[in-house]
Ligand binder design. Sequence first.
Ligand code: FMN
Ligand code: SF4
Length: 658
Amino acid sequence: MVRLLILGGLTLATLATVLAAVLGPWGWWIPAAVFLLLLLVGVRDATQRKHSVLRNFPVLGHMRFFLEKIRPEIQQYFIERNYDGKPFDRDQRSLVYSRAKGFKGDKAFGTELDVNEPGYEYFVQSVAPRAAPKDEHRVRLGGPDCRQPYDASLLNISAMSFGSLSKNAVLAMNKGAAKGGFAQETGEGGLTKYHLAHDADIIWEFGSGYFGTRDADGHFDPEIFREKANLPQVKAVNIKLSQGAKPGLGGVLPGAKVTQEIAEARGVPEGQTCISPASHSAFTTPRELVRFLAQLRELSNGKPVGFKLCVGSRVEFLAICKAMIEEGVTPDFIIVDGAEGGTGAAPLEYQDHVGTPLVEGLILVHNALVGAGLRDRIKLGCAGKITSGHDIVRHIIQGADFCMSARAMMMAVGCIQAQACHTNKCPVGVTTQDPRLYRALDVEDKGDRVERYHRLTVEEAGQIISTMGCDHPEELTREMLRRKVTATQSISYESLYQWLTPGQLFEGVEGGWGEDWDYADPDRFTAGHPGKYVFNDRGPLSPGGVVPAADRKYALAGAGVRAGGGPGPGPALRDDDGARAAGGVVAGPGAAGQRTPSPAAAEAAAETPGESTPGTSTRPEGEPGTAPGAQHTLRDPAPEPGNVDPDDDSRTRNPGLA
Ligand SMILES: Cc1cc2nc3c(=O)[nH]c(=O)nc-3n(C[C@H](O)[C@H](O)[C@H](O)COP(=O)(O)O)c2cc1C
Ligand code: SF4
């Protein structure tokens, strides 16, 4: 009915205007032509079979498509408030843009957040803040078996492959990392000439496709690995087990996108579809994973090795911990990616509904390592929407030692959150392989922006740590971060979550932790055991639910790995000097997980109160913050930043335009 009315109306209008044009002034031909055109469009809409809305509402239906098209811009420019845009809000974006331009990004007039809303989090500052540090806090990646430790920045560039990023984006990030003295992680697409261009510190990542280190069948090739891992730029090696935006999913790069350059970087034939499988072929059990880590460390001549995962099953992670203990091998670092993490392209179901969010995953991994007496040997990194100094500090309090950032670094090189990365049409040349688009990304300018964004953000993190009365990240405590749980009540992280004490898993933990630990098997990955998964468990799942008797090897108090180095007949790891501990794991040099500074270090600390002395923390094991061994490195003096970006009118305009 509506269709006939529209077509009838257009026919009448066309006839009337044609008649007027024939009988009257020639100017009537203009509306006549317009109505004729609309009539033709209407007839085509009414007869096509693809779009029902056009069939039923010819011509008018196009309005819907037009509005849909401009909806994201309307949303971003007119509707979104400064603090609720997604995935990154205007405040976060404008902060990155301002810092990339060399401004601290100060704002006027006070917070726009509702500070009484449940979920709001705040730091507890001290009445006696410390002076802001002159140098940068660094985190030592390098456990007892590592022979070439690397002192990482608190913030580094998270894995993004050449292929998902344009070559200019990789180059700009590489330049920024080199200038700022922090690390760029390659992404699983291989270590390319662009990652080596500016001599930045590189964390080389590979995933289940072993791109850049694979044989003709797509399996891991140790010889290719050895050659690349020993390049001086490669400071650490990271195995990707899973990624927050698409955990458990492999990837397909269509043949059309496998250009000569990408084929060369990945070690695959040009023009042929390139598949990364969902799981690794180099290992199929936790024990094999741990042995593989040891193999990589040997092949790389003792460089730090680690793995990255988005946390899934706690049982599986505990199984990896057991494998570490039984094999006497630990990674030097683990990076936890949150389900909120980014991707070049992934199914929406995976982005929205698969994987553990960062804070839960981080706390789970931290707890598992503490409970298994392994935390002192492994540094913990994390990634997931980290943009500010506040993010860095809160994640350290939640259990991390260092942070990785992908999308904020993309913003620093010009990303305006158009979210078209998967279309090869990125308007600012960050995630496209189209040279007409990526040539607009100026490597020199954007490289400087990456360096400035990093420097100012890490400085702000250092400033916040000082404001809380601490000289080092390792002095932070869980009491210093509080969350509003109701409008009238806030709880510190110490009380909000269950925190295991060093070696507690060997003593028998009531409830889910104990049951999962008992069930975890170093010889098989298995997601869980029927009906037993509880994350923030505080009590037994079943009456008397202390660790059941199934696997007493790990449950017997005193018989297994003990924090503090207590002897026992259980499985053994090397101590910090590389020697086998006499019985149990030496998780900390002092008793009960307390760290005792060496006499020389204590002397140095006494001489320079308030100054950093690496490795002298007295923070008990299991407390958050960078653990001993974190080095502080002086950076080149940088120009004093202005506080306010004069171009930043993001509270009134879209920051992407600034
Ligand atoms: C364009 C893009 C490509 C990515 N490629 C990889 C990759 O190759 N390997 C990987 O482990 N993670 C990859 N990630 C995930 C990031 O490294 C990071 O873990 C995640 O985005 C969370 O950090 P963010 O919130 O700061 O972006 C990619 C992310 C983006 C946005
Ligand atoms: S501007 Fe858009 S398409 Fe380009 S990187 Fe950013 S989100 Fe992706």
